[in-house]
Ligand binder design. Structure first.
Ligand code: MRU
Length: 351
């Protein structure tokens, strides 16, 4: 699969995920403000991919300053860098990878801001490293999670936590891919994921591309599917994991966790360490993004409700840790009590 994002000839190139599955088109970004808009408008989405876009966006913002005579003025670079980071991080509040990536870029800035050409080069190198690392992290999540699936299992997933949401391979879908690569016959049931249809448009598409069997359902069919014992496990991704193991993920995830608990199905969350936010004690502290009401009253320009309709459109919900069977990371699989398990992670950044 073509990378969802890459740096090419001085520009940030993204696959326009809004157009999938109908059209495969790429957008070239020459300005960091356009990268910010593309993150907000969901040209690119999924927490790890948003983090990668943020890193490239910040590198691009600094590259845009080349040739500016004010570069020699004390404080100029600091002020511009603050503005660039603010533009990028003001886009999507729930996905913690956005802020995690910005912090990594900030550390590079602290080291090299005395020398503009070096700073510019090092910021791009840091963004490329973050992009490369993410692929390996997803492979490790896949390896760790594949052991939880049995030959013949059907996995219910929500939204898209796949190759399209990462540098490639995916988190939740990475677990499925790794199980399939290990020779297990695994099928997927994908919830369509209203209102933005990441499940129908993206998860189904990327699994079909690899001939992994997938069945699409509308979100409201999940309870029926579980009651009929058509799935043996639920695996989802995460936008932010709090220090106690509460998980923010795509709206509808919480309903699936409640249903899975009622039906005694394991409920797994697959997420990289970069999605764990030890600074947020529990789910109540996770900011939940609300998106435009038009996403609910329209689909691709076609009205599905009157435009004046009052709408509530939270993009994420919080699944309490008590409903989660395990959190699959690249380091290891975490089991309850998650607070202790998270605190004992070796690779976790700490403030
Ligand atoms: O609004 P989106 O499409 O960015 O939401 C994506 C999700 O909720 C994913 O499950 C999450 O970011 C994990 S992606 C590996």
């Amino acid at each position: 699969m073509h990378p969802v994002i890459e740096w090419k000839d001085g520009a940030v190139v993204m696959l326009d995920q809004r157009l999938l599955p109908g059209e495969k088109a790429f957008i070239r970004h020459h300005r960091h403000l356009d990268v910010a808009r593309s993150i907000r408008d969901m040209v690119i989405r999924g927490a790890p991919a948003i983090g990668i876009a943020a890193a490239y966006g910040i590198a691009l913002g600094v590259a845009e300053l080349a040739g500016r005579p004010e570069l020699g003025r004390a404080g100029f670079l600091e002020e511009r860098f603050r503005e660039i980071v603010a533009a990028i991080t003001s886009t999507r509040p729930t996905a913690v990878n956005l802020f995690w990536a910005a912090e990594r870029m900030q550390a590079v800035f602290e080291r090299h801001h005395g020398d503009y050409p070096t700073l510019r080069r090092e910021l791009l190198a840091a963004a490329e490293a973050l992009d490369r690392e993410d692929y390996g992290i997803n492979r490790a999540i896949g390896r760790n999670g594949a052991a939880l699936l049995r030959d013949g299992d059907t996995v219910l997933t929500h939204c898209n936590a796949g190759a399209l949401a990462t540098a490639g391979y995916g988190t939740a879908l990475g677990v499925v891919r790794a199980a399939v690569e290990a020779g297990k016959k695994v099928r997927v049931i994908a919830g369509e994921t209203r209102p933005y249809l990441q499940g129908a448009r993206l998860t189904v598409w990327e699994l079909q591309e690899e001939n992994i069997p997938v069945t699409l359902i509308t979100d409201s069919m999940a309870g029926h599917v579980m009651q009929k014992q058509m799935a043996q496990a639920v695996i989802v991704g995460a936008d932010r994991v709090a220090a106690n193991g509460d998980v923010a993920n795509k709206i509808g995830t919480y309903s699936l966790a409640v249903l899975a608990s009622h039906h005694h199905l394991p409920f797994y969350v697959a997420a990289p360490l970069s999605t764990i936010d030890p600074a947020t004690a529990d789910g109540a502290g996770i900011p939940i993004e609300e998106r435009d009401k038009s996403e609910v009253t329209n689909f691709r320009g076609q009205a599905t409700a009157r435009p004046e309709t009052d709408v509530y459109n939270p993009a994420f919900d919080v699944t309490p840790a008590a409903l989660i069977t395990a959190i699959i990371t690249e380091e290891r699989v975490l089991y309850p009590p998650f607070g202790e398990a998270i605190a004992s992670l070796r690779g976790l950044r700490r403030k």
